[in-house]
Design a protein around this ligand. Structure first.
Ligand SMILES: C[S@@+](CC[C@H](N)C(=O)[O-])C[C@H]1O[C@@H](n2cnc3c(N)ncnc32)[C@H](O)[C@@H]1O
Length: 484
């Protein structure tokens, strides 16, 4: 009981603050009263003392997803038996992380600032979940690709059932350009297995000797000439075999072999996305993928650096009891502004500033949420305690991918070259600090940052981040006041 309480707290701590369910997890009895079709799946759990569903029952999880999409997103949705059933809250975390990446201004925009955000979902599945969430939550437009007949048919059905979103989502068959454009030579794989997989696109082949993915096209030859996207995203087939999934694919959240398994696993699949990203570096602002194993994340981070990217960001998502990671990279040079802000920063272990003359609706918890969002958007992990109005922030080199080190005169050097960054990734520890918000008198709040290391060469980085936080909060709250 104590353990599960702790776990629930830990799960809530990692849910994105803008996720609809971060403060209000779904109330099953309320949903059962709104949707009679959901009622048979809800029972009283003697373990938790609350209404519950059987998470190993595919019909129950599918009905939960259906009613949440309907009630909270205005989306009509269905998938056939056995197809991968998404958990809405977890999938929303990935969408909000991308939203943070796009608004972080780490790299300049490649398109007009008032354009509609356009994304590419690699392997959208029958559930088409990312385009449906991105379009309904944020008005983004999408191309969703897939290769299996059932995924393409049901993704299209899910789009057509929602006429208010159908203009925003195009479902694309990644196989359709296969015969005319792709050949084994072009894909860099000489083995005859490549030919076999071209003829039978549903079977994803992986040549262990050559070590490259040889299935249907992923981005190259699927993205059309002249197309531009703000980002791509992907929940890849994670596993090398159905046995590796460790579950019967016909229970729980479903998932067929086509959806879950790719010979070579996620390392091979995401490596193909990375290789394709080099060819398409000018067509996307951010390339991203979900990654299922920490060992794959490490492998893929070093792969990405090999290709001369200018920035990498990572994050951790929690899916029930399972951790997943988000990996993002770009070839666009980071904004010079970031580097300018961080130069000549003094090395100090604490920094405080006040926000004055705030209207009553901006209390300490609102400011704390903005502090948390600021650091999450910069790739940090945050542990927020709303009872003490403080947040503990940890930024690892692996998480940020923005490698900072203090220069010889105390200035911050932001290192962007792959070799140097790799070295720095090995040699620098995490940066940890706490930020607390105190209400001094109504309308005046003190924000205090304290560096948690006694001696650390990265005290200048801490100061730089706190100064950026001060600027961001003043811009967000004080500009609202003056109507600017
Ligand atoms: C793990 S499922 C993800 C489905 C959905 N995006 C989700 O998050 O629930 C992976 C999907 O990738 C598709 N897929 C495999 N190879 C692909 C390729 N080369 N291009 C596009 N989709 C592919 C599979 O058919 C499957 O639907």
């Amino acid at each position: 009981m104590g353990g599960s309480k702790k776990r629930r707290r830990a799960e809530r701590a990692t849910i994105h603050p803008r996720n609809k369910y971060s403060e209000n997890p779904p109330d099953f009895s309320e949903l059962a009263s709104l949707y009679p079709s959901f009622r048979p799946f809800v029972f009283h759990s003697s373990r938790t003392g609350r209404p519950a569903i059987d998470w190993t029952d595919f019909n129950a999880t599918r009905e939960l997803t259906r009613v949440l999409l309907h009630r909270d997103h205005g989306v009509d949705w269905w998938i056939p038996d056995g197809q991968l059933c998404p958990t809405i809250s977890n999938r929303s975390n990935y969408i909000h992380w991308i939203e943070d990446l796009l608004s972080s201004e780490l790299i300049p925009s490649i398109r007009d600032s008032d354009h509609r955000v356009r994304g590419f979902d690699i392997g959208t599945g029958a559930n088409c979940i990312y385009p449906l969430l991105g379009a309904s939550l944020l008005g983004w437009s999408f191309v969703g690709s897939d290769v299996t007949a059932v995924a393409l048919e049901w993704a299209r059905k899910n789009v057509q059932s929602n006429p208010h979103l159908s203009e925003l989502i195009e479902i694309r068959n990644a196989n359709s350009s296969l015969v005319s454009k792709s050949s084994p030579e072009e894909s860099g794989c000489e083995d005859v297995a490549a030919l076999a997989s071209l003829e039978n696109p549903g079977s994803l082949e992986y040549d262990r000797k050559v070590g490259c993915y040889q299935g249907p096209p992923v981005l190259v030859n699927v993205v059309r000439d002249g197309e531009e996207f703000d980002f791509c995203m992907c929940n890849p087939p994670f596993f090398e075999s159905i046995e590796e999934t460790g579950l019967n694919p016909r229970t729980a959240c479903g998932g067929t072999t086509d959806e879950m398994v790719c010979l070579g696993g996620e390392q091979a699949f995401v490596t193909r996305i990375i290789e394709d990203s080099v060819t398409l570096k000018h067509s996307f602002r951010w390339f991203t993928s979900m990654v299922g194993k920490k060992s794959s994340l490490k492998f893929l981070i070093s792969k990405v650096w090999e290709f001369g990217v200018s920035i990498i960001k990572t994050t951790e998502f929690v899916q029930g009891r399972t951790a997943r990671w988000g990996l993002a990279w770009s070839f666009i040079s980071p904004n010079k502004k970031l580097i300018a802000i961080t130069s000549n920063t003094p090395r100090r272990n604490n920094h405080s500033f006040t926000l004055e003359a705030l209207p009553r609706q901006f209390g300490a918890s609102q400011i704390l949420k903005s502090v948390e969002s600021f650091f999450l958007a910069n790739g940090a992990s945050c542990k927020t305690d709303f009872s003490s109005f403080s947040v503990n922030v940890t930024i690892s080199n692996e998480q940020t991918g923005m490698i900072h080190k203090d220069g010889p005169n105390g200035e911050i050097v932001t290192s962007l070259t792959s070799n140097e960054s790799n070295n720095l990734q090995c040699s620098f520890a995490d940066v940890s600090f706490s930020v607390s918000v105190y209400e001094q008198i109504p309308g005046t709040l003190l924000v205090k940052g304290a560096f948690l290391h006694k001696e650390n060469p990265l005290a200048g980085t801490f100061m730089s981040l706190l100064l950026q936080l001060e600027e961001a909060l003043k811009k967000e709250f004080l500009n609202k006041l003056s109507g600017r």
